[in-house]
Design a protein around this ligand. Structure first.
Ligand code: SF4
Length: 455
């Protein structure tokens, strides 16, 4: 359970009554409230005794640890989740989709998989959807071959990766080749834990802790944390999907509902070991996207199996309180000139991308004004008073469109034909034209409109 501001203030100097302002806040209470919300660092108060600081740091830490795998701008961040159910608030860090490569696979297959991870990217409502990391599995029994695979991946790509080997010596030897890439090491078990601690202590990297039950994970994470290794991922080995869901849910609830620190880490799931074919593997991965691993390892995928999984992940991890939206501004579709038509729509991302692509399809370069409706569609935005003549008029004036286009003709969506009168009052220099009700009618509508203007 997260600490409240009222709990924090009691632990501040003089019971929260010092009020010296050195933290930049007018009172200790104001600082405590901000601290509890995660909006400021404890370091801002110079008067905290070390033991109180340590106690507060522990109490204020997120119930599920943030773990960073890899380095640079491609690093994958998982964990830091705050809710058990997505409808309570929002899930925070999308699970990383990992593509498994074994050193037993032929070189051509390895090259194909590395290329696949780099190439399979899908533009989607202003975002790029893609898988995130590679899982490099030692299976050949040939240490040199495995290390060659690790070196190849380091040379050819900067995506994060998992080093996976049941032979701890091979695991640590491969890690020494690429420690600057912060790979995730798999697995730490009760049999190899001391060797792993000794092997990574000088250059810590994230670790997967593997045990045959959730209970067995607890002494291991405790021991690793005491050794200063706290970026952990949990693998409660599960025989089937039913057991996997039970274990994943148990860990999530223990971390979030009981604030049980030894289980306060993201988890990993392996559809690659649980499914016999690609379709079933993707179906299991889809279940895992909802509940709850931070990393999902797949044996293989192609565009047709990966895309639905990525879209599902996007939907589950989109904050339901904030509609996806685009920036309010004038967008150029094609290469519009001063004579090009001017259209207007709302800033719900889906609306914008549909309208923009239909205008593109019309082959008529145009100016598209996108009005901020707080992510609502045209009709809902109108009903909420955010796409009215009164608000569009001032927006258009400030948008700069009058310097770009000289037509002074504004095409509004047919679904809000009723705002034509208001707009004519708000924009007396402009002719307001009611356009199509559906975006799909734009490709047929725009060329005819422009032709009419020319005649
Ligand atoms: S610096 Fe510390 S003691 Fe001073 S007002 Fe801020 S929280 Fe209170």
């Amino acid at each position: 359970m997260a600490l409240k501001g009222t709990d924090v203030v009691k632990r501040l100097p003089d019971g929260g009554k010092k009020n010296c302002r050195e933290c930049g806040f007018p009172t200790c209470f104001a600082f405590a409230m901000k601290l509890a919300g995660g909006g400021v660092s404890l370091d801002k108060c110079p008067h905290l005794p070390a033991d109180v600081k340590a106690e507060l740091e522990e109490a204020l830490a997120p119930p599920i640890k943030l773990v960073t795998i890899g380095s640079g701008d491609k690093a994958l961040r998982i964990g830091n989740e705050e809710v058990v159910y997505r409808h309570e608030k929002t899930f925070v860090h999308q699970p990383g989709i990992a593509l498994r490569i074994t050193d037993k696979e032929p070189d051509a297959k390895v090259d194909e998989k590395i290329k696949k991870l780099k190439d399979l990217q899908f533009p989607w409502v202003g975002l790029t959807l893609k898988a995130n990391l590679l899982a490099l599995r030692f299976e050949s029994g040939d240490k040199a071959r495995y290390e060659a695979l690790v070196k190849k991946v380091c040379e050819q790509t900067n995506v994060p990766f998992i080093l996976s080997s049941e032979d701890v010596d091979v695991l640590l030897s491969a890690y020494r080749l690429c420690s600057n890439r912060r790979p995730l090491l798999y697995p730490v078990t009760k049999d190899n834990i001391d060797k792993v601690i000794a092997g990574v202590k000088s250059a810590p990297t994230p670790l997967v802790v593997k045990a045959n039950s959730v209970e067995e994970l607890i002494p291991m994470t405790t021991k690793l944390k005491e050794a200063g290794l706290d970026e952990l991922v949990l693998d409660p080995v599960s025989k089937n999907m039913q057991e996997a869901i039970k274990n994943q849910t148990l860990i999530r609830r223990a971390a979030l509902k009981q604030n049980f620190r030894p289980l306060g880490y993201p988890t990993i799931g392996f559809p690659c070991y649980m499914a016999k074919d690609e379709i079933r593997e993707i179906l299991l991965a889809a279940i895992f996207v909802a509940k709850y691993p931070g990393i999902i390892v797949l044996n293989d995928f192609d565009a047709s199996s990966l895309l639905p999984l990525l879209v599902q992940r996007l939907n589950i991890y989109t904050d339901p309180r904030i509609p996806m939206s685009v920036e309010q501004k004038v967008y150029e579709i094609g290469e519009p000139t001063a004579d090009s038509p001017v259209l207007i729509t709302s800033n719900w991302a889906l609306t914008y991308f549909i309208v923009a692509s239909e205008i593109e399809g019309s082959k008529v370069p145009s100016w598209l004004l996108v009005k901020d409706t707080e992510g609502l569609g045209v009709l809902t935005g109108w009903a909420a008073g955010k796409f009215s003549g009164d608000s569009i008029g001032p927006f258009l004036k400030k948008s700069g469109i009058e310097d770009k286009a000289k037509t002074r003709k504004l095409v509004i969506p047919g679904k809000v034909a009723r705002i034509k009168g208001e707009l004519e009052e708000a924009l007396p220099d402009w002719e307001i034209i009611v356009g199509p009700r559906e975006a799909s009618e734009i490709p047929a509508y725009l060329p005819g409109l422009v032709q009419k203007w020319k005649n």
